[in-house]
Ligand binder design. Structure first.
Ligand code: T3D
Length: 264
């Protein structure tokens, strides 16, 4: 029997969910997305779960949408639109993260790219190993940051820095991510798992009432339109995906060559 694409480990009030597609740099296919959604729902309902940690198996957190799976979705006899796909997958994941009144912490080791990075940015807190590399990656395939990335990136890093990272898809290391406010702390890569668990345990000690209502207060103060913005973001992504640039970008990535964008 093949191993699950999402591993669950519940210890001392901390539920760790591990994306487990290491041979694909934990890129998201529909199976992983649905497993994650289901695990987040269970975590929200289970009072024994006080903190949730998201991490990736192997040498990365996640490389974002699985581009091979994406090509299959786009070229199937009944293709679903990009906006539709976002609404039934990533938007539900990040709404679940933001609305759960418990801390959700991303533990970033190795690469975090595309919607993998967006999901991490939608978490409450981020711990990075000193081997972490963050890149938006969307612009390289003609897309905009989705999964809440177009909101959380400028909120955390500021407008100018956010736009620069989104437009260039430059890779930044853990220290730079910490300097510009994208991660809360940087630890030695070898200690990432244990240090994240110890950090998560600190929130198990705090009153769950204070934890939950503080998150609700911050959400209402700073992100009151989060779900509505995701709808608009999905529509913009649909516009970006309407022309040939998206498939040219994806094919160029898979063929390991530079894309020749038509500008549409
Ligand atoms: O409808 C919708 O839902 C649209 C929503 C889209 C949301 C998105 O996330 S769009 C963005 C998708 N992600 C990307 O564009 C990132 C693509 N990957 C990369 O840019 C690089 O691979 C990384 C920066 C992530 C890592 O670079 P590096 O040099 O460390 O590794 P690599 O050699 O490029 O990749 C290693 C392998 O993973 C390689 O396969 P191979 O050659 O060893 O067989 C590569 O093809 C594969 N891989 C990496 N990313 C993906 C992937 N396979 C499928 N999907 C991926 N996203």
């Amino acid at each position: 029997m093949s191993e699950s694409v999402l591993l669950r480990d519940h210890r001392a009030g901390v539920l760790t969910l591990t994306f487990n597609r290491p041979d694909k740099l934990n890129a998201f296919n529909d199976e992983l997305t649905q497993e994650l959604l289901s695990a987040l729902g269970d975590a929200e309902r289970d009072p024994a779960v006080r903190v949730v940690v998201l991490r990736g198996a192997g040498r990365g957190f996640s490389a974002g949408q699985d581009l091979e799976a994406f090509v299959r979705l786009k070229t199937s006899p009944t293709p679903i639109s990009v906006a539709e796909h976002l609404r039934k997958s990533y938007n539900r994941v990040v709404i679940s993260i933001r609305s759960m009144e418990k801390p959700v912490i991303a533990s970033l080791g190795g690469i975090a790219a595309g919607v993998g990075l967006s999901i991490a940015l939608c978490c409450d807190l981020r711990v990075a190993g000193d081997d972490a590399v963050l890149t938006l990656g969307f612009s390289k395939i003609g897309l905009i940051p989705d999964g809440g990335g177009s909101l959380m990136l400028p909120l955390l890093a500021g407008l100018g820095r956010g736009l620069e990272l989104a437009w260039t898809s430059d890779r930044i290391d853990a220290r730079e991510a910490h300097r510009i406010g994208l991660v809360n702390k940087v630890v030695a890569a070898a200690d990432l798992e244990s240090d994240t668990h110890a950090f998560a345990r600190r929130f198990v000690e705090v009153s769950p009432i204070a934890i939950g209502l503080t998150k609700r207060a911050f959400n209402r103060a700073i992100l009151p339109g989060f779900a509505g913005w995701l709808e608009e973001e999905a529509d913009l992504q649909e516009e970006a995906a309407a022309g040939p640039d998206l498939m040219e970008g994806v094919r160029a990535f898979m063929e390991k060559r530079k894309p020749a964008f038509a500008g549409r």
